[in-house]
Structure formats: structure tokens, C-alpha cells
Design a binder for this molecule. Sequence first.
Ligand code: SAM
Length: 238
Amino acid sequence: MEQKDVLPPTEEKPKFVRNMFTEISARYDLMNRIMTLGQDRRWRSMVVKEARLPENGSFLDVATGTGDIGYEALRQHPGAWVVGLDFSPGMIEAGRRKHSGRGFPFVMGDALNLPFPDDSFDAAASGFMMRNVVDIERAFSEQVRVVKPGGRVICLEITRPSTPLWKDIFHFYFFDLVPFIGQLVSKRKNAYTYLPHSTLAFPRPEELKGIMESAGLSDVTYKVLMLGTVAIHVGVKK
Ligand SMILES: C[S@@+](CC[C@H](N)C(=O)[O-])C[C@H]1O[C@@H](n2cnc3c(N)ncnc32)[C@H](O)[C@@H]1O
């Protein structure tokens, strides 16, 4: 299948993405566990550690979806003030429903126009969002704006491996098996066909680092995990 048959035109992308995540929200967490062999929890835990929150610090989970990064932030820092933001009503509803114990506010909003004043949070993070936005630099700039000076911005995202044989194996897994599993588990093959295609035009880790720097972050570093398929980038607001 060609990329143009799977990816929406730029002007339709936000609506496409919002509807798609609302459709898959009920099985979103289960699909994550299956696709990543349970590793996604570990990555989210690393994201929260990278935030280096101070005691009773504030943390924004941008594109929180079903809230897994936000809930992990509360687990690691019970005294923290956590806010999750997303533009998919279905994902927010699924996220709100699943808390057992202390929850956090889910705000409906756009990652490209965050509804928060400047310098509001000690850290902001996004998990698996950047592939889905129409302007990556703007998404980072908004996080830079709402984070306090010295605060950290963290990005967890899929990346494509470059090792020759592994690259082909991963391609088969991601482009053939994942849509098949998606159909079985969530009955939404289209969403899990969009997922691998959305990585094709996504910047490589070194390029993403440059975009973060252009957005106003300094000391940008990244780690590539899971045999080169996932990357965590971290930058500091000057
Ligand atoms: C793959 S999910 C990731 C959810 C969660 N961060 C996680 O780690 O599981 C991507 C989320 O990004 C949200 N999203 C994409 N573009 C967005 C935007 N411009 N503003 C707000 N949310 C957005 C989608 O609604 C979806 O919930």
C-alpha cells in the first residue's frame, strides 16, 4: 500500500488523527502492551525519570491519551501536580475511567496551542505524539513556552532502525504483522496501517534533536532503545 493511500492530506490530519484515536481508545492500552511486548511501561517510566521533577513539582503530559505517562508521574511522585492534555474525547474518557486511587485533570486541547500560561510547569513530556502533529517544531515551542526556565521537555517516539537485516525484519513486523494484530485486537486495521506509515516521514533522532534546538531547547540529548526502534529525547529550557 502506498503512503499517499494511508496518510491524510496535511489539512485533514488533525481531524483524522483525533477521530482515529477516539475509535481505537477502548483497546489502545491492550494493543500497546502486545505490540511492544510490555516494554512501553518501562519507556514511560524512563520519560518521567528524565523529567527530574522537584518535590511537589508540576508536570504536563502532552497528548496524554489514556494517561499512562501522567499516571506514571503520579506513581513516581505522589506529591506532584500532574495535568494531561489531549484532543481526542475518546482517549480522554478512557484515561479518566481507568484511575484507581488518585487521578489527575485531563484537559481537552491542542498540543500546538497549549491552553496554559508561560512558565507554568517544571517539565512537559509527550509520548508517541510528534508523528501525529502537522508542525513538530511548533509542538516543541509550545512545550518550551509553558515550562519554567531550567525545566525539561521530553519526547518519546518511534524511530526506524538502520541496521540492514534488523531493518527488514522490523519493517515486516511493523508494516505487515501490526496491522493484522490491530485488526484482531481492536477491529481497526486502518489505524494500525496508519501507525507504521506515520513513521516514514518522521525525522531521524539526530534531525529531531536539531528541531528541538530550533524550538529553544538546549543540552538536547537522546537515547535510542529497543534495538533502534524507540527514542527518548530530552532538552532543557534556557
Ligand atoms: C499514540 S497516542 C499516545 C498517548 C499517550 N501519550 C501514550 O503514551 O500512550 C497519541 C495521542 O496524541 C493525541 N494527539 C495527537 N495530536 C494531538 C494534538 N495536536 N493535540 C492534542 N493531542 C494530540 C491523540 O489524540 C492521541 O491520544
